[in-house]
Design a protein around this ligand. Structure first.
Ligand SMILES: [Mg+2]
Length: 188
C-alpha cells in the first residue's frame, strides 16, 4: 500500500514543543491539558502577524526539539519494509531542512516527503491509499471524498467521525488499521 503520514501530532509530539516555545515567547504557562484546538496558537490570543513572527523566530527549535510519539519510530520502520511511505506535512517549505534532519536524527525511513497544504489533492495525485493524520479538517475532507484516513487521536479531534475515518489512540492501533485496510484492498 501507499501510506501518507503527517508529522506534527501524528509521528511526533508537536503540542509539547510548541507550548514550550510559545510560553517563552509570551511569558504565559500553558500545558498540554489546556489544548483543545488544532490551532494551538489561538490559546495565546496572537493575531496573524504575531503568530507569524513567533513561528519564524522559534519554528526551527520547535521542530528540532519535538519528540517522536511512543512506538512511532519502531512501527514506521516495520511499515517501511512492506509499504510505500510518503510523509505529507503542511509545514512551510522553509522548514524542509530541519524536518529532514529531524527524521534522520530519529532514524525514520520514508520513500517521499511533501510540504503541501492541500493534502487531499497531494494524496489523489500520488495515489495514496490511506492517510494518517490528526487534523480534524483533513479527516473530514478525506471522509467526504470517500478516501480512508486514520485519525491519530488528539484532544481537538474527538468529535470527528465518518465511515472512512479510522480512529487510532496510539501507533499500535495505527498498525492494526493498516493491516485491516491491506486485507480489504487485497480482497477487492
Ligand atoms: Mg498534524
Amino acid at each position: 500500500m501507499h501510506i501518507g503520514i503527517d508529522l506534527d501530532n501524528t509521528i511526533l509530539d508537536a503540542t509539547s514543543a510548541h507550548l514550550h516555545y510559545y510560553n517563552i515567547a509570551s511569558g504565559l504557562s500553558f500545558t498540554p491539558d489546556d489544548v483543545n484546538d488544532f490551532y494551538l496558537y489561538r490559546l495565546y490570543g496572537w493575531n496573524q502577524d504575531e503568530i507569524d513572527a513567533v513561528y519564524i523566530k522559534y519554528g526551527h527549535d520547535i521542530h528540532w526539539n519535538s519528540s517522536p510519539l511512543p512506538m512511532a519510530v519502531d512501527i514506521l520502520q516495520e511499515l517501511y519494509g512492506r509499504h510505500q511511505l510518503s510523509i505529507i506535512t503542511a509545514r512551510p517549505p522553509c522548514f524542509r531542512e530541519v524536518t529532514m534532519d529531524w527524521l534522520k536524527r530519529h532514524d525514520i525511513s520514508y520513500h517521499h516527503i511533501a510540504f503541501v497544504e492541500n493534502k487531499l489533492q497531494a494524496c489523489m495525485d500520488a495515489k495514496v491509499d490511506v492517510m494518517i493524520d490528526d487534523g480534524p479538517h483533513y479527516a473530514e475532507q478525506f471522509g467526504r471524498a470517500n478516501r480512508p484516513v486514520i485519525l491519530y487521536e488528539q484532544p481537538y479531534n474527538l468529535s470527528v467521525a465518518g465511515d472512512r475515518i479510522y480512529r487510532a489512540a496510539n501507533w499500535m492501533e495505527v498498525r492494526k488499521h493498516i493491516d485491516c485496510l491491506e486485507t480489504q484492498l487485497n480482497l477487492v
